[in-house]
Design a protein around this ligand. Structure first.
Ligand code: SF4
Ligand code: SF4
Length: 401
């Protein structure tokens, strides 16, 4: 018996139709042998490879995954591979924070003329997966004792309550706003009559990001909204405007401070990344074990505004709706990636979670990658182009073989 004890890994390769698939075909017609461990799944373009597919492969017991497509400049659709590269630059740090073994997740460029490269890549990945052994990330053994310090207490806002109430009262009395969305002592306040303005206070409580109310049809039906905005709300408004979800001229903003230039605090994420990948995975497995799929995190988020969330779609069922380890990982990876380059760090998802899961750490993994790799902070500059959705020819690709 070999040192791998007879273990034969299962490898799932998502390949683009126009380059790598033809490279595999060429390897076949040239009789270039490669290990039979790989299952090829042909897709139109690397730009169309949804990250759920990577997650699904591991859910279904893959030991390694390969994504491969056309070299830069060769994309059949001009730029699909550039978009894929940009998204992977954010996706990998997210997987790293979750504790996935990045030695099992590969990305290569293989052209239609590179049958030999295809053969070599598959042989190398198979050999490496054989040595690493079976991969069952969702069955993380052991318990992590690590705990984050948690969300810092909200900063006191410097505005004066009396002038806030006067402004809100006037807007409602003069019909310039149909509703003023703000915070009260015990939760959010949707003031519709001038006398309701007395319930508003700068330093009130709200588990829900106030900007999340802008996506609700019932709120939109109340007429032009005015919103009492803190720094995170202002950044969320900028992102919503970038994404054509709102027009600023349709919203009256009552703000005491600007969008806020203070750098985000990544100290909990730094501490998490000090753990071994297996312990990170054990930490998240323990956290997600408590998730009951209530979706309060989504509802509280200003930037989760899809009319129909992917988790609610069942044709095909991309994410299991029952609350078990695999489906919970898929849900949280998908949600965090949908927020990559968009999350403004308001903390509403963490505050809203009845299970006390610090989701902020996942969103921070992508947010920090955005800061470090692109100097980009979501919502800081309303004129900036959205980070995901554009690409640059100079995007880094040291992780691509
Ligand atoms: S911290 Fe990010 S993901 Fe969470 S609610 Fe705020 S914007 Fe949404
Ligand atoms: S709010 Fe908490 S329990 Fe509910 S779906 Fe989100 S993470 Fe799970």
């Amino acid at each position: 018996m070999s040192e791998t004890n007879g273990f034969e890994p299962k490898i799932v390769a998502y390949v683009c139709n126009w380059c790598t698939y033809l490279g595999a075909d060429l390897a076949g017609t040239n009789r270039l042998e490669y290990p039979p461990n790989v299952r090829l799944i042909r897709l139109p373009c690397t730009g169309r490879i949804d990250f759920n597919l990577i997650v699904k492969a591991f859910e279904m017991s893959a030991d390694a995954v390969l994504v491969s497509g056309c070299h830069p400049g060769d994309c059949h659709y001009t730029a699909g591979n550039y978009h894929a590269r940009r998204r992977w630059m954010l996706f990998r740090p997210l997987l790293e924070a979750l504790g996935f073994d990045l030695r099992r997740i590969h990305f290569t460029w293989i052209s239609a003329a590179e049958g030999r490269k295809f053969q070599q890549v598959i042989a190398e990945i198979t050999e490496s997966a054989r040595k690493l052994g079976p991969y069952r990330p969702y069955e993380a053994n052991g318990e992590s004792k690590w705990r984050p310090a948690g969300l810092p207490p909200p900063k006191r806002r410097s505005g004066d309550d009396a002038s806030l109430r006067t402004t809100a009262r006037e807007l409602l009395a003069e019909g310039k706003a149909g509703v003023v969305i703000g915070r009260g002592e015990r939760g959010p306040v949707l003031a519709r009559k001038p006398e309701d303005a007395d319930r508003l206070t700068w330093n009130g409580a709200s588990k829900i990001a106030l900007t999340a109310y802008l996506k609700r049809k019932e709120v939109r039906a109340l007429g032009k909204p005015a919103i009492v905005a803190g720094p995170a709300d202002l950044r969320a408004l900028n992102v919503l405007e970038q994404e054509s979800q709102i027009r600023r001229e349709d919203i009256h903003v009552i703000a005491a401070e600007g969008p806020g230039a203070a750098p985000p605090d990544f100290s909990d994420l730094d501490a998490l990344l000090q753990l071994e990948p297996g312990e990170r995975m054990a930490y998240w497995a323990g956290e997600f074990d408590r998730c009951v799929k209530c979706y309060a995190c989504r509802q509280a988020c200003p930037l989760c505004y899809c009319e129909r969330c992917i988790v609610d779609k069942n044709r095909p069922q991309a994410i299991d709706t029952s609350a078990h380890a695999r489906g919970n990982f898929a849900w949280h990876i998908t949600r965090a990636f949908h927020l990559a380059g968009r999350c403004v760090g308001c903390g509403a998802c963490t505050r809203a979670c009845p299970a006390g899961i610090d989701l902020r750490l996942l969103n921070q993994a992508a947010a920090r990658a955005a800061e470090r790799q692109f100097g980009y902070r979501a919502g800081a500059d309303p004129k900036a182009e959205p980070l995901v959705g554009v690409y640059s020819l100079t995007d880094k690709e040291e992780f691509i073989g």
